[in-house]
Design a protein around this ligand. Structure first.
Ligand SMILES: [Cu+2]
Length: 212
């Protein structure tokens, strides 16, 4: 009798332990959040919210609006985070960050329309870190891109158009400190472009103009 009464709570305890484990596992899985960012239309030329600081790896960033009118382009990415851009007819675009750090993006059609999100609470402003600049700007035939690295590394410089598509590219080994790379842009038609510096420390994008 005593033994029987003792066994029932034991059995329930084991079940409770499994239940707690299952709930914890589900809770961890279910914690992945979808962060919705709306833009355009009645909101005007802004992203709402334009800032998200509590994003976790594996969360989904979901933009909702008209990308053909407001083309989306990532302008800052931490470390090895893949770049993103979208100007398709779909009214939803999603990105799942896999690297902690600060991400920035813009609408390429409207000056000053941009936003940022911080993953894992760590915020390193890569743009400031690189002190990325280009000259001359506007340019007609050649663009010199100047940037700082805290450690020597192979870096890639891509020229992208307002749709985020790569139109020119160069790769080289660069040293610690200040570096300058030149890229020939004589084949590019007049217009607005971006140069994207991709390094192991992160990726940063800035605008330039081709005029002749
Ligand atoms: Cu826009």
């Amino acid at each position: 009798m005593d033994g029987g009464l003792y066994l029932i709570p034991m059995f329930m305890n084991i079940r409770t332990v499994f239940l707690v484990i299952a709930l914890l596992a589900f809770g961890t899985f279910a914690k992945a959040t979808t962060h919705i960012i709306k833009f355009g239309q009645s909101l005007g030329f802004i992203y709402q919210p334009s800032e998200l600081v509590n994003v976790a790896i594996g969360d989904t960033i979901q933009w909702e609006g008209f990308f053909t009118f407001h083309p989306l382009l990532a302008t800052q990415l931490p470390e090895t985070a893949p770049e993103f851009h979208f100007d398709g007819v779909d009214t939803i675009f999603t990105y799942v960050p896999q690297v902690n750090g600060e991400y920035k993006y813009i609408c390429t059609a409207h000056e000053g329309m941009g936003g940022r999100f911080v993953v894992g609470g760590s915020s390193v402003d890569v743009e400031d870190q690189f002190a990325l600049t280009a000259f001359p700007n506007p340019t007609s035939d050649n663009l010199s891109i100047s940037f700082s690295l805290t450690e020597g590394a192979n870096a890639r410089i891509a020229i992208i158009d307002i749709h985020g598509k790569q139109v020119a590219m160069t790769t080289d080994a660069f040293g610690t400190g200040r570096n300058t790379a030149s890229i020939n842009i004589t084949m590019l038609p007049v217009g607005v472009y971006y140069y994207r510096l991709e390094t192991p420390e992160g990726t940063a994008v800035r605008k330039f103009t081709v005029s002749r």
